[in-house]
Design a protein around this ligand. Sequence first.
Ligand SMILES: Nc1ncnc2c1ncn2[C@@H]1O[C@H](COP(=O)(O)OP(=O)(O)O)[C@@H](O)[C@H]1O
Ligand SMILES: N[C@@H](CC(=O)OP(=O)(O)O)C(=O)O
Length: 455
Amino acid sequence: MKVVKFGGSSLATGEQVAKVVSILNADTERRVIVTSAPGKRNPTDIKVTDLLIQYAQCAITHQETAPVVTQILARYQAISDYFDLPNEVMIALTNRLHNIATTTFADNAHLLATYKAQGELLNAILLAAILNQQGVPAKFVDPQTVGFLVGGAPDDATVLPMTYANLARWTLPDTRIVFPGFFGYNQTGDICTFARGGSDITGAILSRGLRADLYENFTDVDAIFTVDTHIVPHPAMITKMSYREMRELSYAGFSVFQDEAIIPAIQGQIPVNVKNTNNPTAPGTLIVPEQFLFNPANPITGIACSDRFSALYLHRYLLNKEVGFTLKLLEIFQKYNLSYEHIPSGIDDLTIIFDRSKLDATTIHSLCRDIRTTLHPDYLEWIDDYAIIMVVGEGIAHTIDTMGKIIDSLTQNNIAIHMINQGASRISIMIGTQRKDAPAAVRHIYDTFFVKSEV
Ligand SMILES: Nc1ncnc2c1ncn2[C@@H]1O[C@H](COP(=O)(O)OP(=O)(O)O)[C@@H](O)[C@H]1O
Ligand SMILES: N[C@@H](CC(=O)OP(=O)(O)O)C(=O)O
C-alpha cells in the first residue's frame, strides 16, 4: 500500500487534478491520498492558504470578508467546473467556509489555525467527489474521525504518539482514502496546523501509522536537485539519498520536502519517493535509510543555502576555562523562551545562530543587554547579515579532503568565511558567510564537486 501526497502545485487547477486522477488510476496500490490546498497557478498567484490567512485576519479585525471568501471559493469552483461536478459539492464547500465565521474560538491563534486548515479540508472533499465521478471509488476522511491527534502550538503542531496507535487500529476501506494534509486535532478537539508546508508531514505520519510500503510525494519537479536552480541553472538531480541527508538539506533550504516530514518516515523506515505530477513516469528521488554505498567519486549529495539565520558573536578571553558560562547563556535564552539553531565555539569565542523569523528587534535588543550585564563579554556583536550554506553527503564521513576542497574553492574566489563547522552528524559541513556572498559561494562549491554548470 502506498500513501500519496499531492502538493499545492499538483492541485492548483482542474488540469492538474486531471493528472492526479490518471496517476491514481495507474496504480491501485495508491490507496491513501493526502491533499494540500490549491497552490500557485503562476509565479504571481496567491496560494489558497495565504488567502485563508487574509480571511482570518479580516475576521479578527472585523473587516469585510466577502471579497476574500469569493476569491477562495473561485479557486475551488474552477476545479469543480473543469470536471462539471454537480452543484451540491460547491454548496457543501461554501457552507463550510461560511460556517467557520460563526464559530467561537478559544483565541485568535486557534481561529487562524482553523481558517488555514480549510484549504486542505475543502480540497480533500472536492478531490473525493472528483474521484468518485471519474470512476475511482474514494472516501473523504476527516482527521478527527481516525484520532489524528496533535499537541503544541496551534500553528506549529507536533503529532502525539497515540495517533500512531489510533492509525494502527484503523481498517482501511476498499475505496481510496482522501485525507486532508497540514492539520490535526488537539485533545480538546481544536484544529492545529503543522508549520507551513506541513502536508508533507501528514503524509509521513500516515505512512508510518499505516505501515505503507512507500510514501510518494508528488510535486512539480522531476527530482530533488543537488542545488537550488535559482543559483545554479540545470543542476544535477539526486536519484537516491539518505533520510538524514534529506533532513539536513531541507532544514537548510531545500523547501521541496518540509524539514520535519522526514522524521515519521525515519521512525517507520518508510522509503520516500519525490515525484513529478507533470512527468509521473520519471523515477524522481528516492529517500531511504543510510545503508547504501556512497559514490567515492563525489562525497557530496547536495548543497543548500538559507538566509533565514542571524548570529550572536561573543568573545571573552579564557572562555574555555570558565565553568558555567554556556549554562548562564542558555538560562538567558530560556528566559526569552528562545531556542537556538547552532553554537559553534572556539577557545575564547562563541557564535550562537538563531532562526531570524523567531526574533523581533525588541527581543534582540533586550537579549543582548541581558547577556552584556550577566556575562560581561569582551566583545558582543549581533550579526543580522548572515547566510548558512550546508554541504551534505554521506560520503563526507568517509573522505578527508572534502573540507579542504570547500575552503579552497571559497578562498580562491575571495569569499570570506565567517564560520565553518563540520556537523556533529559527520555528514554535513556548515559554512557561514555574508548574505551577498552566499549564491557565489554555493556556485563555487557546486563547480568543485559537480560537473561545471552553464552560467
Ligand atoms: N533542491 C531542490 N530541488 C527541487 N526543488 C526545490 C529544491 N529546493 C527548492 N525547491 C522548490 O520546491 C518546489 C516544490 O515544493 P513546493 O513548492 O512545496 O511544492 P508543492 O506545491 O508540490 O508542495 C519546486 O518547484 C522548487 O522551486
Ligand atoms: N497549504 C499549506 C501546507 C502545504 O503543505 O502546502 P504545499 O504542499 O503547497 O507546500 C501551506 O501552504 O503551507
